[in-house]
Write a protein that binds this ligand. Structure first.
Ligand SMILES: C[S@@+](CC[C@H](N)C(=O)[O-])C[C@H]1O[C@@H](n2cnc3c(N)ncnc32)[C@H](O)[C@@H]1O
Length: 371
């Protein structure tokens, strides 16, 4: 049945491009549900652009003019995160046995672009994502904090996805830690509970926060002043601006952090948004205690990961018979491929180019809660 979801999504995309529609598949799926049945949400809506261009943007504000058909660019307001992740997590679950170009079998669990160089072996298909998580939680102030604490760390992550990073941390990086991994996608939490938060990894708990932390006043499920580290790694938080949602999330992070606790934040977002954060976080009681620009390494990671992502796109899309239909198949494949490529900042996509030009910066930062 999962196949049907993606199949219909692909048809919707193909038809959308042909007819100039943006389908509701980008906005209409619920994150609080593990989508497997065919959903009536997947209906096309109003035409937006006659030539099939999803969006053309103002070079002054977005870093360039990008077209969906060429570089797969989809702006944040073209889709609801919840819908796009519902599709992606369903696809991953539907294709549990991917094979890397080096012949290694694996499940796609890191939704992470990642950084280079990676301390993990070249044979590890998700080595750049692992490198990003490991470096984020071992920034110098975090190591110093853990050494001083002298007892297991209490960690909370917002936007854990399948909790692949949380799994790495609880098994290898900070193996005694108690880690609460939160996400707004039921499918991601299900995968976490199936393969990561297993009895042999008792430190890890995964939990759904319906509609996400900070949305509609949603709180993080932790007591005040109870957490040593809050981790956010490569979520869409703050990818346009520091707005009301970001402020609500930052407030929640500050509420749950112990005095002196650290907010460990890693992401590739517009450089100007990092500058906005530099103002917004101190205003509510955070102090920047570490900042490292990984943008060059993030571009290298995407280059090194090129063959694997190409293989992922083929393998994720191959199972769907629609891809083999005359005319529509080719278009569906192209649209699906562009969508996935853009999501992984694949070389040639708008998001990759934004890192090359420095419009987006991939930063690792540590913010101390100075209560
Ligand atoms: C790009 S994925 C990254 C997942 C994970 N950090 C990784 O690197 O594999 C972003 C994730 O953040 C989640 N997310 C975004 N905003 C959230 C919020 N406010 N509360 C909880 N989860 C959120 C999404 O559902 C999605 O699973």
């Amino acid at each position: 049945m999962l196949g049907k979801l993606v199949l219909i999504a692909a048809i919707a995309f193909g038809v959308a491009l042909k007819l100039g529609f943006i389908p509701d598949v980008l906005t209409g799926l619920s994150s609080n549900h593990d989508h497997s049945p065919l959903d009536r949400d997947l209906q096309p809506r109003e035409s937006v652009d006659a030539d099939g261009v999803v969006r053309e943007k103002d070079a002054g504000t977005t870093g360039g003019e990008f077209k969906f058909e060429e570089d797969g660019d989809i702006e944040n307001d073209d889709y609801a995160q919840s819908s796009i992740y519902a599709i992606l997590y369903a696809m991953y679950k539907n294709t549990p046995n991917l094979v890397s170009p080096l012949g290694i079998k694996y499940q796609f669990t890191f939704n992470t672009w990642g950084i280079a160089p990676s301390p993990y072996p070249v044979e590890d298909p998700q080595r750049h994502g692992k490198a990003a998580y490991a470096a984020l939680v071992t920034q110098p102030p975090a190591v110093e904090y853990a050494e001083k604490l002298g007892k297991p760390l209490e960690i909370m992550e917002i936007g854990c996805g399948t909790a692949a990073g949380a799994n790495l941390i609880t098994r290898e990086v900070w193996p005694t830690s108690k880690y609460l991994a939160l996400d707004m996608q039921q499918a991601a939490i299900n995968t976490c509970n199936m393969i990561h938060a297993t009895p042999d990894n008792p430190g890890l708990t995964c939990q759904l926060v319906p509609n996400g932390v900070g949305n509609d006043g949603n709180k993080a499920p932790r007591e005040d002043s109870s957490v040593d580290f809050v981790v956010i790694s490569e979520t869409h938080i703050a990818d346009i601006a520091i707005g009301d949602l970001e402020k609500a999330i930052f407030k929640e992070i500050r509420r749950v952090l112990k005095p002196g606790g650290l907010f460990l934040w890693g992401n590739a977002i517009p450089t100007r948004v990092w500058e906005e954060a530099d103002v917004a976080l101190p205003e509510i009681g955070f102090e920047l205690v570490n900042s490292f620009n990984h943008t060059k390494g993030a571009v290298i990671a995407r280059d090194e990961d090129y063959d694997r992502v190409e293989a992922v796109m083929d393998q994720l899309l191959a199972p769907y018979p629609v891809m083999k239909l005359p005319y529509f198949g080719e278009r569906c494949h192209k649209v699906g491929e562009r969508l996935i490529a853009n999501f992984y900042r694949h070389p040639g996509t708008a998001l990759y180019l934004k890192m090359v030009t420095g419009y987006d910066s991939y930063m690792h930062q540590a913010w101390k809660n100075v209560k």
